[in-house]
Design a protein around this ligand. Structure first.
Ligand SMILES: [Zn+2]
Length: 344
């Protein structure tokens, strides 16, 4: 019988994730925004500091519905910053997904949409809007064969200790393991260490931190770190004289396409997931994992993503974000890491 963890999660969200919400900003929910009360560096005072994080995870029929304002419930880096000139602002998210997702015959590319959403309402969005083309950097538009990688180490996108930063729309989002959220969950746990549920993918499968039982079918077995099955390709990228042309240089991780999947190299499949039992799914479920190595956040769906995750979603902020992406104001790595963009 499939477990229905939604009710449990609502309790988790309400009781665990916001234990300090009553005292952290006791007056902010009733006080109107008032710049006269700003007493620290005005550059880092954003609406995010005047609005509480909000998230609701509920079940309606065979659907899980997550509504959130997208504000993180943990400490973040400083935004705006030199490499990410955007302030965190509340969003209006409504994500839906099947409660009992099904695996497709073949994985599908997850580019062009957020991969999923954390249990605190912050999206996982590993892609960037910038691509290499023979005619120069393309900002926004459709992905090309060479997409700049946010956590590859080659470019500085101003991400914070939770591997997150901010869209021009003010949307705080994770490009990798959300360490602030993870630490918060682990610190509040009474049970001993086990797989940690961090969120849900757009196709409905759960997302865990990259630790799992050494025997996927035995919840009594040891918990071990699980490894992705991707590695850097050997040799050099095609250059501008190649057909088709490429950006040249070594496969150093600057681009998502610098990596290749090698079946059996690690513990996880090409979607960075596996089937195993977890505390929330004692009968076992397919689930994704967030890893400290590529792909960090999965880039492929095992199931079918829900339309509520697409850029042109129902929320006004989705539309705003979509326009910004088309206008080239999305994540913005420099076209060449030897020439970082000037601070803004
Ligand atoms: Zn980003």
């Amino acid at each position: 019988m499939p477990l229905k963890p939604a009710a449990l999660l609502v309790a988790v969200v309400a009781g665990f994730l916001f234990p300090g919400r009553a005292s952290a900003h006791p007056h902010h929910e009733t006080d109107p925004p008032d710049s006269a009360h700003v007493e620290i560096d005005p550059q880092v005072v954003t609406s995010a500091q005047r609005v509480q994080p909000e998230v609701t995870i509920e079940t309606q029929g065979d659907r899980r519905i997550i509504t959130a304002n997208g504000l993180p419930d943990h400490a973040t880096g400083r935004f705006p910053n030199r490499h990410n000139p955007h302030a965190v602002r509340p969003q209006r998210y409504r994500f839906e997904m099947p409660l009992t997702p099904e695996r497709s015959d073949a994985p599908t590319d997850a580019r062009g949409m957020p991969f999923g959403v954390a249990i605190n309402g912050v999206p996982f969005d590993p892609g960037t809007a910038e691509n290499w083309t023979p005619h120069g950097l393309q900002r926004g538009g459709l992905p090309t064969d060479w997409t700049y990688e946010a956590l590859g180490g080659a470019v500085d996108l101003g991400v914070d200790p939770s591997n997150a930063h901010v869209q021009p729309s003010g949307a705080y989002h994770y490009h990798g393991v959300p360490h602030g959220l993870l630490q918060r969950i682990v610190a509040l746990r009474r049970a001993k260490v086990g797989p940690v549920l961090l969120g849900y993918a757009a196709d409905g499968f759960p997302i865990y931190h990259a630790e799992g039982y050494v025997d996927p079918q035995d919840a009594q077995s040891n918990v071990v770190a699980l490894r992705p099955s991707y590695r850097l390709k050997q040799g050099q990228r095609p250059d501008e004289h190649a057909d088709p042309p490429g950006p040249g240089g070594n496969h150093d991780g600057a681009f998502a396409q610098d990596y290749e999947y090698v079946e059996g190299l690690g513990d996880l499949d090409e979607c960075n997931g596996r089937f195993a039992v977890t505390p929330e799914y004692p009968e076992g479920t397919y689930h994704y994992m967030l890893t400290d190595a590529f792909p960090f956040v999965p880039r492929m769906f095992r199931g079918t993503p829900d339309d509520s995750f697409r850029r042109r979603g129902p929320g006004p902020n989705n539309g705003e974000r979509d326009r910004e992406r088309r206008n080239g104001r999305g994540d913005r790595p420099p076209p060449d890491r030897r020439q970082p963009p000037p601070p803004r």
